[in-house]
Design a protein around this ligand. Structure first.
Ligand SMILES: CC(=O)SCCNC(=O)CCNC(=O)[C@H](O)C(C)(C)COP(=O)(O)OP(=O)(O)OC[C@H]1O[C@@H](n2cnc3c(N)ncnc32)[C@H](O)[C@@H]1OP(=O)(O)O
Length: 171
């Protein structure tokens, strides 16, 4: 599973490992309670309505979602070597458990967003590919998502193929 933030003494080593693997020092890891201070909510507001949360509201929401364990994984991208480290990208995987397929699991990719200033550097691709890997490791038989037609090409780059029709009722 994803690592938590490294201690300061190991941050440089972790950054070096990220550089060796991906060519840049941005690391992908699971969301942590302290990420409220690193602009996580503001980043989500680049995707959809996401009013700011107080620290205690964020902590309560974090605890609710953390209680779902590996059935609800939020990944974030951060460059720990940056002077003032901010969350640059995020994406979520929700694992739905079913009776179908002998108690099968379906992964749902949700809430993918890259900070406007960090787009076009492959971060969106890295986050989604890692979510897909996690879904596969969790035993999901498929991963699905909803997106606008404009994002077809991006999700195709992430390995998705078009299937079915999205329908919704908003409340
Ligand atoms: C399930 C959901 O959450 S759907 C909601 C998705 N999120 C949003 O729409 C929020 C606003 N947009 C964003 O945050 C970003 O633009 C994202 C997430 C769509 C893409 O993130 P980026 O980090 O910029 O994408 P990344 O650099 O990894 O691009 C990967 C590949 O997809 C392509 N790509 C990226 N965005 C698009 C796009 N909008 N249309 C077509 N191709 C695209 C890139 O050209 C790149 O291709 P290449 O490897 O041949 O160069």
């Amino acid at each position: 599973m994803e690592s938590t933030s490294p201690e300061p003494s190991t941050a440089a080593a972790a950054a070096a490992a990220a550089v060796a693997e991906t060519g840049c020092s941005v690391q992908i890891r699971r969301l942590e309670a302290t990420d409220h201070e690193k602009g996580f909510v503001a980043l989500l507001s680049q995707l959809s309505a996401c009013p700011d949360l107080t620290a205690s509201e964020f902590a309560a929401c974090f605890a609710d979602l953390a209680a779902l364990g590996d059935d609800h994984v939020i990944l974030v991208a951060e460059d720990p070597t940056a002077p003032e480290s901010r969350i640059l990208a995020t994406g979520c995987l929700f694992v739905e458990r079913k009776f179908l397929r002998g108690g099968g699991k379906v992964g749902h990719v949700e809430d993918v967003v890259v900070d406007a200033a960090a787009r076009g550097r492959g971060l969106g691709l890295r986050v989604v590919r890692r979510l897909v890997e996690i879904a596969k490791e969790a035993g999901c038989y498929k991963v699905i998502l909803d997106c606008t037609p404009e994002l077809r090409a991006y999700y195709a780059k992430c390995g998705f193929v078009e299937k079915g029709v999205q329908m919704a009722i908003y409340f």
